[in-house]
Structures are given as C-alpha cells and as structure tokens.
Design a protein around this ligand. Sequence first.
Ligand SMILES: Cc1ncc(COP(=O)(O)O)c(C=O)c1O
Length: 396
Amino acid sequence: MKPAIEGGTPVRKDFLVFGKPVIREADIAEVVDTLRSGWIGHGPKTERFERMFAEYTGAEHAVSVNSCTAAMYLSLGLLNLDQDDEVITSPMTYPSTANVVLHHGAKAVFADICEDSCNIDPDEIFKKITPRTRAILPVHLHGYPADMERILDIADGQNIVVISDAAHATETLCKDRHVGVLGDATCFSFYATKNITTADGGMITTNRADWVERLRLLRMHGVTRNAWNRFQEKGFKFYDTVTPGYKLNLTDLQSAMALHQMERIEESYERRTQVWNEYSKAFSSMKGIEIPSEPVYGRHARHLYPARLVLDYLKIDRDHFLEALKAEGIGAGIHFISLHLHSFYADTFGYKPQDFPVAAKVSERTLSLPISPGLEDIDISDVIKACEKLLTYYAR
Ligand SMILES: Cc1ncc(COP(=O)(O)O)c(C=O)c1O
C-alpha cells in the first residue's frame, strides 16, 4: 500500500495527537471551584497536592514548584556549586537537565548510556568521577528506572549528592521502592504531556529534613511567610526576607488540575500498560522495528513508548519515517537527540558524535509512539497499521 506521504490514502482522517492530556469532568470542576473560591495562587489545594504526592511516592516531603526544570535548579542550588564543580548526568535527556547545571556556573559532565534502557551507565559514571564531582543527576528516561542501586553505591561515602530527573517517572519503581525516595532529591514534571499534568508544574520529593525548608524558602522569594499564610483570616502577618529567593511556586489553579488525576493514577497506569503491551505484541513480529526493553528491576512508568527503527532494514531514515507517520495521521515524537549533538553543547564543549557512541546511535533511530490512557482501541490499531504499512513499503 502506498504511504500517504507518497500520495496514498492515510490510515486515519483525524490526526492522532501525540501526548494529548486526559482531562475529565472532575478535573474541570475542581479548577472551576478554585476560580470561584477567590484563592487561585499557592494555597490549600497546592498543599493538598503536595501531601498526596508525598503519600503516593512514600517520600517524607514534597515541595511543589512550577516545573521540573525549577525543581532541578533549586535542588542543585543547595550545593552552592562553583565553576570548577562537576555534575555528572546523561546526555540522553531534555536540555534542561544539563542547562540547570550550567545556570549554576558548574560543569555538566556527560556519561554515556546503556543501550537497552537508554539510562546513564554506572560504569561510565565511575570513569567520570573526579575530586570535583559534587553530584550525579540520573534521568529515569521514558519512565525506565535508572540503576539507582549502583548509582547510590558510587555516590555513597564520597560526599556526592544524587538528585534525579524523574520528569518521566511519576509511577517508576526501582526494585520495589519509588524513585521519589531514592537519593537526596527527586524532581518530577507536570508539563502538558506528562503522566500527571498541571499544564506546567513540578515537584521535589526528599527525605532530607535539612533541605526541605530551604527549598520552600527559595521557591518563594526567600521570604518566611507565603501569601496564603499572610492573607488568610487570621490577619496580615509580617514577613521577612532571609535570603534572595526565586519565584518558582505552583498555584492552586494548577494544583486543582492534578488532584483527581492523582486519585486515578494507577487506573491510568494500567491503561498505559495495556497500550504498551499491544504495541510490543504487534511489533515483536515485524521487521524493521525494535520494541523497548522492560526494566530488569522495578517498574517502568510507561510515560513514553520508545521504539527503535532498524535503519539497515529501511530505505528511509527515522526523520522521514516520522514525517510519513504524520502523513498517515499519527503524531509521534523523538526522546531524545543526545545533548552532545546539539549545537550549543557541540560548539561550546567541542563534542564529537563518537564521544558518546551509544547515545549517538540511539539518537538516530529512536521514535516515540503515542501512549496515553486516553487512547481508544482503534487508535492503537491505527498506530500499528500505520507502522506496518511504512515498514513494509520502505523495506530495502
Ligand atoms: C527528561 C526531562 N527532564 C526535564 C524536563 C523538563 O520538565 P519541565 O518542562 O517540567 O521543566 C523534561 C520535559 O519534558 C524532560 O523530558
């Protein structure tokens, strides 16, 4: 069958949007209730969201912020990094993971990834440790848990802090522990496409009592009382600036969106798993595509379904495949192109593709297919049909 991009008939007429959030009536009602309540900034709903998140992950503290980027920026800020300090992270991530290290004036040191999980390789971390290593920043990419046991082992005893990027990992377990309780701090994202969304938003979970108050202070100007405490019925209270903080808090309007999503998080996770399994079952018997691997320890959050194209088998490259899928009516994504291949990182630090060979190779052939609890069975079969059509037509 001729692909739509070559003039054939598309698999779908209505475009399947990649990462469309699932917003239910209860979410809308909660947002409307917030609008009518007269309090839309940081207040009781945000505090409720924080308690729910702490309970879900098992962490002692959950500090909400307005993005995962803000979560990582604030957490790293507690280390008072200077220009010789180094933070080891994965190049296979969204730019903000490494950007925040640079924003603190420190060095982002990349360590290559494991081919199966796409997560930072502990053996590569080990090679990059120096006396200036202050932190390791693993990413639980796509929702697959990074090897936290080995990473914590490496950091242990060397005064190295572990802060993880869990933007994809709201439901991720490492062995039987939630990633939100591992290491010094864990940073989550509630961006529009994430498993829990507040349009934009983030959370830091930590068991460090010595960090939590500082994080709360820094997210809100460095003043000792937030507006909710200052203006509630007990009357105006004086506030004090004890450090020059930032303005990185989450609002009740945003948190209202999350409260019911949190209640149905496991139900949504089950549907995500069904979608994942349907894809893996279908693609296992097709040539030209490889299915993502399952964690050998813990639980994958099923945030993304990163299939890989077998480029030697195909006449087209991954980018062309993505365009062709789009023409078939299927939205897909790339997560990610390794940061050492991005112009800023390559030009500034002189990276060559072969410096991180595994990440470079995966970057060329990874392709994320739609995975969402909102997908209907027909959507799943359209994705499979479209992939099969393209894999057959473009086979060498
Ligand atoms: C792996 C990863 N880390 C960090 C971020 C940044 O999250 P946010 O947009 O909440 O700042 C993203 C965003 O998509 C991401 O995918």
